[in-house]
Design a protein around this ligand. Structure first.
Ligand code: ZN
Length: 259
């Protein structure tokens, strides 16, 4: 038995990552902001929804939960106590969630929000990390109810995963993030290549995700705050008090807010 992972598109640029067990036709979804596109997909493929996992409380991640629970009454809802849903299993950092005999480790990676969960699912030794709105390909989430210090620490923690780990962010922001990355590191060939690939895929409606952590280390300036080229790029646009990674990270987030 193996698990297939499929993105169901919602709103303009959300992905509802769907774990599919082909042998029993069951599905688990992460962050269903909308129910309709998911119900269409599940029914077209003869799948029964058995679990919902949420990363954080924003509407575009939980908006479809109630309707899905009504449509699939046996659905088991996994969430943190701050996610504003009526969960069956309350999770926190260090919890384990199971998917047909495979297990997902739960990490709290705050910053975008005060509590933000990541689900790190191990399938035959390869890790699949559902990271919500914390890390996007080439970028990071905005700081809402968390702090920039928390987001920085969460990035450090994600960066400690094995390089081949697959990352599954909840939004298609890749092309715009790569344009921002090039404004900081214009000579970075990996970002140049990632931008042209993202533009090509986006034009064809193909997701640019998932990505490996190894790829992100080459193209995501928020993971590159110790690189001389990133420090120089930030310093050319804004006044840097020092070149500590947290200072550079915070300055990058502010520059991106106005990009
Ligand atoms: Zn969010």
């Amino acid at each position: 038995m193996s698990i297939r992972i499929h993105p169901v598109k919602a709103f303009n640029d959300n992905y509802i990552w769907t774990l599919i067990n082909e042998s029993n036709k069951q599905a688990i979804v992460i962050d269903p902001g909308q129910a309709a596109p998911l119900i269409d997909y599940l029914e077209a493929n003869g799948l029964e929804l058995t679990s919902i996992w949420t990363t954080h409380h924003h509407h575009d991640h939980i908006g479809g939960v109630a309707e899905l629970q009504e449509h699939f009454p046996m659905t088991h809802l996994v969430a943190h106590s701050e996610h504003n849903v009526d969960e069956d299993q309350t999770i926190k950092d260090g919890s384990t969630v199971s998917a047909w005999g495979f297990s997902a480790q739960v990490w709290d990676i705050p910053g975008h929000t005060a509590s933000h969960m990541a689900y790190i699912l191990d399938i035959d030794g390869l890790k699949h990390c559902f990271c919500g709105d914390t890390l996007f390909s080439g970028g990071c989430g905005r700081v809402f109810t968390g702090t920039i210090e928390q987001l920085f620490e969460s990035f450090k923690r994600l960066n400690g995963l094995p390089p081949e780990t697959l990352l599954y962010p909840a939004h298609e922001y890749t092309a715009s993030n790569m344009r921002f990355g090039l404004s900081i590191e214009p000579e970075n060939a990996a970002i140049q290549q990632a931008l042209s690939q993202a533009e090509e895929k986006t034009a064809q409606g193909i997701p640019t995700l998932p990505v490996t952590l190894e790829h992100e280390r080459a193209v995501n300036v928020f993971l590159r705050t110790d690189k001389a080229s990133v420090i120089a790029g930030v310093a050319s646009k804004t006044n840097l008090e020092d070149d500590k990674p947290l200072t550079v990270f915070a300055a990058l987030r502010t520059l991106k807010n106005n990009f």
